[in-house]
Design a protein around this ligand. Structure first.
Ligand code: SAM
Length: 255
């Protein structure tokens, strides 16, 4: 087994506690320090796993302050695990800054594979998964319309994270910019008791969800990519690429 990295990113469940991996539990057990967004949330997870570990807050509001001291400790040989409240750290969650600074100093960084909300939502949508673009959260105000316009002709499947109180507004705006007929899928409360996935057009989804008295829980929105313009060669879709094989040896993965 390779020597433990200085910093290991440890994905944690997005709902169902059974989704923690055996390796994640071992890395947490062996860490000198667990960095987490919220010490209460991660404290409960460690308690569930029957692990007692020192915890330190590492979140968007303190990361610039704490990174220098963490780097000193990592350089002296401490082993740290970074978790977020749920899912994979660094995916719409803190992590990027510490990873970048560790790598810049030659400190080994490991990331375990594990739970993240975007992948089950993508696969449950039934839309093409050979190529996709993860957009995270759309800008709330500044730059929102520009981003929507930029994405309107994107042919890859698009994945967005969204909050329950903004989902109807987002679906409505997407319907305006992408067209109301564009197929989309809303996955709510993935891996949890009241998990549901609705797949319909953007316009229908906006109407269906607007009619609900309350929308609760966490949401991933998946939107099918734009259709190719006639005569346009696909940059992304594997099947289209096969169909329009131009005999170029560069296209052959075995060549
Ligand atoms: N790091 C996380 C990951 O790997 O997926 C994402 C953290 S981000 C702050 C939180 C967002 O992820 C939520 O607003 C929602 O869009 C999505 N999310 C997280 N858990 C989810 C779940 N169980 N069902 C649906 N969406 C979820």
């Amino acid at each position: 087994m390779p020597e433990a990295a200085a910093l290991t990113l440890v994905p944690t469940p997005i709902g169902n506690l059974e989704d923690i991996t055996l390796r994640a539990i071992r890395v947490l057990r062996e860490a000198d320090l667990v960095l987490c967004e919220d010490t209460r949330t991660s404290g409960r997870l460690l308690q569930h796993l029957e692990l007692k570990k020192p915890l330190q807050a590492y979140h968007l509001h303190n990361e610039h302050q704490v990174v220098p001291r963490l780097l000193e400790r990592l350089a002296k040989g401490e082993r740290m695990a970074l978790v977020s409240d749920a899912g994979t750290p660094g995916i719409s969650d803190p992590g990027f800054l510490l990873v970048r600074e560790c790598l810049a100093r030659g400190l080994a960084v490991e990331c375990l594979p594990g739970p993240t909300a975007l992948i089950p939502a993508l696969l449950k949508s039934g839309f093409g998964a050979e190529r996709f673009a993860f957009e995270g959260f759309l800008p709330v105000k500044k730059g929102r319309q520009t981003r929507l316009q930029e994405l309107a002709r994107e042919t890859r499947t698009l994945i967005f994270y969204e909050s329950p109180h903004r989902i109807v507004k987002t679906l409505t705006q997407l319907a305006e910019v992408f067209g109301p007929e564009r197929p989309a899928s809303v996955s709510r409360e993935l891996t949890k008791l009241f998990e549901e996935t609705l797949t319909a057009s953007l316009g229908e989804l906006a109407t269906t969800l607007a009619a609900r008295s309350a929308i609760k829980g966490e949401i991933v929105l998946v939107v099918e990519g734009a259709k190719q313009e006639k005569g346009e060669r696909s940059k992304y879709n594997f099947r289209d690429d096969e169909a329009s094989d131009d005999g170029d040896a560069d296209d052959d993965p075995a060549a």
